[in-house]
Ligand binder design. Structure first.
Ligand SMILES: [Zn+2]
Length: 337
């Protein structure tokens, strides 16, 4: 649920794992559909919400795939992409998120309407510039390459991210770790790293700890998305600590996707107590009907982390953030220090 409890809302926050494609407001989907004659299952927010949001622990994957099909069809132009980004930044500002990294998969997001990637990036950059000024926040950008879209897509995305390194700080390998072998993606991801981009990998979300160990060996990532199943093997935990790899954890997402059986069983605090640098994020705030305030509520009220411990997670996110040193330091000093 969206949470605006002042206890969580008032404190300055970071978020370093958030998918733009999973952050489209339902009203925006409807507006865009009306403007572009796009067929939707419903044209009222409350009704369409049933088709585009996951409100309870998932029973089947198809509902979510259908929702993402709607999101893909909703990204009809660079201007719409700019609007979606702006609205996400607005939603961040409402929660007092001051340091924020947004990620998206260009090959997926722009595929539906065969949009020009560079023109869409320009739209995103306009939204970023406005939001940084208006809300006094620091925003970073991550380009995702989805395992499901194959090795060629990964190569294309990495090359594009390298070309726009001035604006894009990192690449993320996401999607179906269980189904797609890592080996096709090692070369392009290491190429990104060699070119100076940072690397984060979705790993150990719904896969066992050995996947995290393999991910660390194969990709030498700066951060790992989720990584929660590391808790099941101390070798994985030790590797994370020894190599100083920060986890981007998304508790409510992990519950909804059945990556943990109950929210009470989430290992966020256990990982923290073992000395792993964990951060607290929302993943897909609109699809999963959550926000960082809600994730903090879960960390504090359900998992028993103290507010001081949660604040330390902000520190971990700041340190591991891919945003340029000077830019993130300024925001840190002004709001967090
Ligand atoms: Zn994710």
């Amino acid at each position: 649920m969206k949470n605006f409890d002042p206890k969580y809302n008032d404190i300055p926050k970071t978020e370093i794992h958030c998918h733009l494609e999973g952050a489209i407001r339902t009203q925006t989907i409807i507006d865009v559909a009306k403007e572009n004659n796009i067929q939707l299952p419903a044209y009222e927010v409350q009704v369409l919400d049933k088709h585009v949001k996951v409100l309870d622990q998932m029973k089947d994957l198809q509902a979510v795939l259908d929702a993402f099909d709607i999101f893909q069809r909703s990204i009809t132009s660079p201007a719409v992409f700019e609007r979606i980004a702006w609205e996400l930044f607005e939603d961040c500002a409402k929660q007092n998120i001051k340091l924020f990294e947004v990620r998206f998969s260009p090959d997926w997001a722009f595929h539906g309407h065969n949009l020009d990637w560079d023109a869409c990036l320009e739209g995103l950059l306009r939204a970023q510039e406005r939001a940084e000024k208006e809300f006094d926040m620091a925003i970073g950008i991550i380009a995702i390459t989805s395992r499901g879209m194959g090795a060629d897509s990964c190569i294309k995305t990495v090359d594009w991210a390298i070309k726009h390194q001035q604006y894009i700080q990192a690449v993320d390998l996401a999607d179906g770790e269980k189904i797609f072998s890592a080996k096709d993606f090692i070369k392009p991801i290491l190429k990104a790293k060699d070119a100076g981009l940072k690397v984060t990998i979705h790993s150990g979300e719904d896969t066992p700890a050995e996947y995290v160990i393999e991910t660390i060996k194969n990709f030498k990532p700066d951060r790992i998305g989720h990584g929660i199943h590391s808790i099941e093997d101390m070798r994985a935990v030790e590797m994370l600590i020894e190599k100083d790899i920060t986890l981007e954890v998304n508790p409510w997402s992990n519950f909804l996707t059945n990556s943990v059986s109950t929210i009470e069983a989430h290992p966020l605090k256990k990982l923290f107590d073992l000395g792993v640098k964990v951060t607290i994020n929302s993943d897909d705030p609109e699809v999963l009907e959550t926000n960082v305030n809600n994730e903090y509520r879960i960390a504090h009220e359900v998992l028993g982390m103290s507010m001081a411990e949660i604040n330390l997670c902000n520190r971990f996110a700041f340190e591991a953030s891919f945003i340029a040193e000077g830019k993130k330091q300024k925001i840190w000093d002004r709001y967090f220090a």
